[in-house]
Design a protein around this ligand. Structure first.
Ligand SMILES: [Fe+2]
Ligand SMILES: [Fe+2]
Length: 320
């Protein structure tokens, strides 16, 4: 047993197995409630025969210490870059693992620091480009990535699934420019980062008090403020974050914009988040089945752009 005082964080087995150079962090397995053993040390090459023995024993979760987790994150960031340079060198499950681990690391950093660094923007672009590639191959890959994220905190699942659905919707809606599609994906990924600055977690509650509702209305502005100064972010991504709760009927927030005044990509993200929110289980209700979720969005007419809603219907009913 080592490092008794440390906390341990699980790492992706599929990604660990891709490592073909000496380790830059120690790797542990869990022996019991609070006991971990070091099985590989820094500088070692992975011993695949030993890994196979662990697999045969049913051990397929490996850990790093909290202190060395940032070294593992560097490895994940690097994989995000490789994924976009040489996507063909990844098996589909490995690509999905990179997307999960990289988005988790990127959003956690933002939540903890309440700041967006230019490194976070770069990582988010790698996530979004990877997502674009996966969903263009097969829209059902969204479901695979969502499954991988199923045990993660709500905001993380929500950001990644909204990003992927927004990309799918943009493509289905006829958006052609790769850069515009990337902006929609980034807008989806970052749309709710302002929520981290609120004094409460809106996802835990079915109803908000008047006070909380007022605070909630500020999250698009807060998100915009977090993003607008960062190097490498385009202004259309900032506009999406600011406008994702505007409604064509003028009843949205923060500015009560009407139909054509709302930025079109923000309307796409608005439908993607509303749909993703309905098909997710909340602490106070079950998840809506896909067809019921579409029906519900259509009942709320006025809140959403009609044309994009039609595109969503044609997209999700046959595919999901
Ligand atoms: Fe929001
Ligand atoms: Fe949202």
């Amino acid at each position: 047993m080592d490092n008794l005082e440390s906390n341990y964080i699980d790492i992706s087995f599929a990604l660990l197995k891709r490592l073909n150079r000496p380790l830059i962090f120690d790797v542990y397995v869990k022996r019991g409630e609070n006991s971990f053993s070091k099985i590989f040390k820094k500088g070692d090459l992975l011993d695949f025969d030993r890994i196979r023995v662990y697999e045969e024993k049913g051990i397929d979760v490996f850990y790093v210490t909290e202190e060395e987790h940032s070294l593992y994150c560097i490895y994940v960031e690097k994989l995000g870059e490789v994924l976009n340079e040489r996507a063909q060198s990844f098996k589909p499950n490995e690509a999905h693992e990179v997307l999960k681990e990289l988005s988790q690391h990127t959003l956690k950093e933002i939540q903890e620091t309440l700041e967006v660094s230019s490194a976070s923007i770069k990582n988010a672009k790698n996530v979004v480009d990877g997502c674009i590639r996966r969903v263009s191959k097969d829209p059902k890959n969204v479901i695979k990535v969502m499954k991988l994220l199923s045990h993660q905190p709500y905001q993380l699942k929500h950001s990644v699934s909204v990003s992927m659905f927004a990309v799918l919707l943009a493509i289905a809606d006829g958006m052609e420019s790769d850069l515009n599609i990337q902006s929609v994906g980034l807008g989806g990924f970052f749309h709710d980062i302002g929520i981290g600055q609120l004094t409460f977690d809106p996802e835990d509650q079915k109803f908000l008090t008047a006070e909380q509702r007022k605070e909630m209305w500020r999250h698009p502005e807060l998100g915009k403020e977090m993003l607008k100064q960062v190097k490498g972010i385009k202004s259309d991504v900032v506009q999406i974050v600011l406008q994702h709760h505007e409604q064509p009927n003028g009843h949205g927030y923060p500015n009560g914009l009407r139909g054509p005044e709302i930025y079109y990509p923000a309307k796409i993200v608005a439908i993607a988040y509303a749909f993703c929110s309905l098909i997710s289980k909340k602490s106070y209700r079950e998840a809506y089945p896909v067809s019921k979720a579409v029906e519900k969005l259509k009942e709320d007419h006025g809140k959403y752009d009609k044309k994009i809603l039609e595109t969503l219907t044609k997209l999700v009913l046959p595919n999901f």
